[in-house]
Design a protein around this ligand. Structure first.
Ligand SMILES: [Mg+2]
Length: 217
């Protein structure tokens, strides 16, 4: 049985370079969109540390929301709110540019119910590339995807645990960290000795083209 979300069944050209790319805080401005969504429901998202549920408050409170309330807002956002997220500046044109010479697979950690809204969001912005919904560290999926082409691969994510996991499971894959939200950039942990950190999409696309043009593998 072929599962359309499976890294082994999405379309990957067997000889071209491959770019594997995250959505939240990479292709799209997640914190901005989620912040707007929770504000419409009477809550606040304060971007004062690199966290998610611990940054949700009732206005005026100093204690963050309980986990279950935060989790419910998160689930609802992916069900009904994430389609209104703004793309990161220059993400769409840069990814379109990369797609001229590479296969693109979108690899996102999101609840299963986010699949259809997320696919619609990608399509609406003209980047309706194959979509894999993942859970947990992304290294295994990155390894499975990159093994499906003889060309070189690149992986872009905002979170170090996902990049570290890819480094372990698929060390030949070029890794890049991009943090889309300007407020988060100074707060986001980086490890430039392990993963190139480039927060501007146009500069990132140029670096990826250079990495993938080298004909590794
Ligand atoms: Mg992300």
């Amino acid at each position: 049985m072929s599962d359309p979300q499976d890294p082994l069944s999405v379309e990957v050209h067997p000889g071209r370079p491959l770019v594997i790319v995250d959505v939240d805080e990479v292709l799209g401005l997640f914190m901005q969109g989620f912040g707007r969504f929770v504000a419409e429901r009477g809550y606040e998202l304060r971007v004062d540390r690199f966290a998610l549920f611990q940054n949700l408050y009732r206005p005026g409170d100093t204690q963050s929301l309980d986990f279950n309330t935060g989790r419910a807002l998160f689930d609802d956002f992916f069900r009904i709110g994430s389609e209104h997220m703004e793309p990161t500046p220059h993400a769409v044109d840069s990814l379109t540019r990369l797609a001229q010479n590479a296969s693109i697979v979108v690899l996102t950690n999101a609840p299963g119910h986010a699949r259809a809204p997320r696919a619609r969001w990608l399509a609406r912005h003209g980047i309706g590339f194959p979509l894999v919904i993942n859970e947990g560290p992304k290294g295994a999926a990155v390894a499975q995807l990159s093994a499906r082409t003889t060309g070189p691969s690149a992986f872009i994510d905002d979170l170090l645990p996902n990049l570290d996991s890819a480094a372990e499971a698929a060390p030949a894959v070029h890794r890049f960290q991009l943090v889309a939200d300007e407020r988060l950039r100074a707060l986001a942990p980086a490890a430039p000795e392990r993963h190139a950190r480039i927060d501007d999409w146009r500069a990132l696309a140029t670096a990826i083209e250079a990495a993938l043009g080298g004909g590794r593998r």
